[in-house]
Design a protein. Structure first.
Length: 198
């Protein structure tokens, strides 16, 4: 997520108005089966990573009324957590070797219940809820999320928000070696949970 500030000047030093916009960027991430979350977090501390968050999350996913998100590889997610609510659109995944890159547009919302009502009035239907406990670290330019997902187990996600996804693979390769991440998991949590329900 990138914030862009637009300033319009009538004359030097005279500000007429300004507006802040959220601009979509490319979310590049790679998910791994954790070799043990305790082990990963000890490695992060050793590498000097900064812990930036610890929170419980509830992600509600919706299906589109007229197109199959499973076929178009899109997602609409309403994320609920203690510090607020966020509505996200995720575009189709781009073809890259060991990382997943896709457009992501995020919108912060104050009221989860009202947001869900609007979504459902527009014809979207709740498909699945993913609950997880997440501890997040900042490792250089990479966000490392150490997850414990209800019904699935322990995972580690590496993530960068960027406009140039091609440059991310080298950074991820270094991080996976340092954190001993070997079992790549290409599927999303939503896909894994829906598979388990079959």
């Amino acid at each position: 997520m990138v914030w862009v500030r637009l300033d319009v000047l009538l004359a030097p030093g005279t500000l007429i108005y300004w507006q802040e916009l959220q601009v979509s960027v490319i979310e590049v991430e790679s998910k791994y089966r954790s070799p043990g979350n305790d082990k990963v977090e000890k490695a992060l501390v050793r590498l000097g990573a900064k812990k930036i968050a610890e929170e419980a999350m509830e992600d509600v996913y919706f299906s589109h009324p007229s197109r199959d998100f499973g076929k178009t590889d899109e997602a609409l997610r309403l994320r609920k957590r203690a510090d607020g609510v966020e509505l996200s659109y995720k575009g189709p995944r781009m073809k890259m070797e060991r990382v997943k890159a896709r457009e992501e547009i995020n919108l912060k919302i104050d009221d989860a219940l009202m947001a869900q009502r609007i979504i459902e009035r527009l014809g979207f239907t709740e498909v699945c809820t993913v609950k997880k406990n997440r501890r997040s670290y900042d490792l250089d330019k990479i966000r490392v999320d150490v997850d414990e997902v209800d019904g699935l187990g322990e995972f580690v996600e590496l993530e960068i928000l960027t406009e140039s996804p091609e440059r991310s693979e080298e950074l991820f390769e270094l991080a996976t070696k340092e954190l001993a991440l070997e079992k790549l998991e290409p599927k999303t949590y939503l896909e894994l949970i829906l598979e388990n329900k079959k």
